[in-house]
Each structure stands twice: as C-alpha cells, then as structure tokens.
Design a protein around this ligand. Structure first.
Ligand SMILES: Nc1ncnc2c1ncn2[C@@H]1O[C@H](COP(=O)(O)OP(=O)(O)OP(=O)(O)O)[C@@H](O)[C@H]1O
Length: 261
C-alpha cells in the first residue's frame, strides 16, 4: 500500500505559539482515519496541512507522493477533497444544490459560464443520491437544514474523485437523526473499496462510523497515540489525552464514552 499522506516531524508555529509540535503521521491507501483530541489539540491544523492549505514551519509533508513546498498546490488540491465549516461558509446561499455539487469539478463556487460535461452531471446526480440529497437538487443551498447542507458538502468534496477525503466535524450541529443518517452514509463510504482514503475529525466517539479503521489521538499539537481504532480507543488513552477521567465502551460496531466511574 502506498502513502496517501506522510507527515514527518511537522511543527507549525505562529508567533510564540507552537500549534503542531513534531507531529508524524502516515495514512495509506484504503485506510479510514478518525482524528480525536480536545479543543485546541490541533485537529483542524492537521487537516490544513493535509489539504495543502498550510505549510509546516519545519518538518516535511508529502501529500499524494508530492512534497508540500515543491509542488503546485493548485494542481494537488482537486485531488484532495475537504469539507469543513469554513469552506461551507463560502458557498453562496443563493446557489442551487446541484450547482454546489457540480461546480466542485471545476474547483469553484457559483455557476457562471462553465460548460458542464454530461459525465459530470451524472456523477453529481449519483453523489446527491448516495448522500440522500437528490430531492433538493433544485433548492437553494441556503434553504437547506444544517444536516442536509453537511451531506451536500460531502457530495461536493467527492465530486472531483479525490484520492483523499478530509472531513472536519461533519456531524457538528446535527440532531440525533441527522447524525445517525450521516454516520450511516459515512459507514457506506468507508465500506466501498472504490472510496478514497478518509480522514474524519470529530469530538465524539459516538460519531465514529463502522468501517473506520484507524484513530489519531492528538494532545497539545502532538500525537498522543495512533493506530487501529480498537487499540487506540481506550479509557486510558482518552483520559490522558483529554486530561479528565474517561471510560469508553464498544457497543456492537459503535463506540460510546463518558466520565469514568
Ligand atoms: N494563527 C494562529 N495564531 C496563534 N494560535 C493559533 C493560530 N491558529 C490556531 N491557533 C491555535 O492553535 C491551536 C490548535 O488549533 P486547531 O484549530 O487546530 O485546534 P482543534 O483541535 O481543531 O480545536 P477545536 O476542537 O476547538 O476545533 C488552538 O489553541 C488555536 O488557538
């Protein structure tokens, strides 16, 4: 298996603050990673590096076999899908849902004069169907509920057929039904061998979809633990990484965590 992502000793500093501190992490083809850590642990920053949007202050970041700093990031970015609240804010509310998904093939938002190929139209339709938003194709993005918008964003992030898909807290703000629908859609994506390598940032172990294989646990900009989910997701590791006594339990193919007794 080849490396999709290889971060070696990555440090990111802003002024006197060290945001990532000598972080090393490898993601291989076919792997499905969850990234967990308390507020400020560095999760979003890791995704910024992994998507080619932030360069390490020191250390190396190889994305899809190309070293950040030596490659044209504008060629790299379409090969890496990213869905995050910050990107969602840039999607105009007055854009039709079908165009929100379709325009990702061209790396833009806002349909203007692009000539869309039939193949793109049908890929967008397939992705909207897979994420249960086909019925909203002719609605304005701004009229969708939070959960519907999240699913449209994931369809958009997959539109360019990326080799790596990064999802930053896709379940944030969803109600229980919306969360469960999203977890099911992500489990299906994880189980499909044609899917890209996946990285999912979340705050809640309950949101880990079945089929996710690995866990990166961050604390203070460092890797606290990384490896297969069942090995890393322990009460001991969570307690140390979150700085509060926690216990974790596996329930079927899902997880749950709470304060330790
Ligand atoms: N430009 C900056 N200058 C100084 N500190 C920064 C800067 N950008 C981010 N940070 C700090 O770096 C730390 C990591 O931020 P990051 O957003 O990666 O954390 P996170 O794990 O995603 O947090 P959360 O769970 O709250 O979303 C935070 O403490 C944040 O305040």
């Amino acid at each position: 298996m080849t490396d999709v992502l290889d971060l070696q000793d990555v440090t990111i500093r802003r002024g006197t603050t060290t945001i990532l501190d000598g972080l090393s992490w490898r993601v291989r083809e076919g792997e499905r990673w969850v990234v967990l850590g308390r507020n400020g642990a560095g999760k979003t920053t890791v995704l910024q590096v992994a998507s080619g949007r932030m360069h390490p202050t020191s250390g190396t970041a190889d994305l899809l076999g190309s070293r950040l700093g030596r490659v044209d990031v504008f060629e790299l970015r379409p090969r890496i899908g990213l869905a995050s609240a910050a990107l969602a804010d840039r999607i105009p509310g007055g854009e039709l849902v079908r165009d929100v998904v379709l325009t990702a093939a061209y790396g833009v938002t806002g349909r203007w004069r692009e000539a869309y190929e039939q193949v793109d139209e049908s890929r967008a339709a397939d992705l909207m169907a897979a994420f249960g938003v086909a019925g909203f194709a002719d609605r304005y993005f701004g009229t969708l509920s939070e959960g519907e918008r999240k699913r449209v964003q994931i369809a958009r992030a997959l539109m360019s057929d990326p080799e790596l898909l990064l999802l930053d807290e896709p379940a944030a703000g969803l109600d229980l039904g919306g969360r469960e629908e999203l977890v099911a859609a992500l489990a299906e994506l994880a189980g499909d061998r044609k899917s890209p390598a996946l990285v999912l940032v979340t705050h809640h172990v309950e949101e880990i979809p079945p089929g996710f294989t690995h866990l990166l646990l961050l604390a203070g900009g460092k890797v606290h633990a990384a490896g297969p989910v069942a090995e890393v997701l322990t009460g001991e590791n969570l307690t140390a990484a979150f700085g509060t006594p926690l216990q974790v339990e596996r329930v079927g193919d899902r997880w749950t965590a709470r304060a330790a007794d």
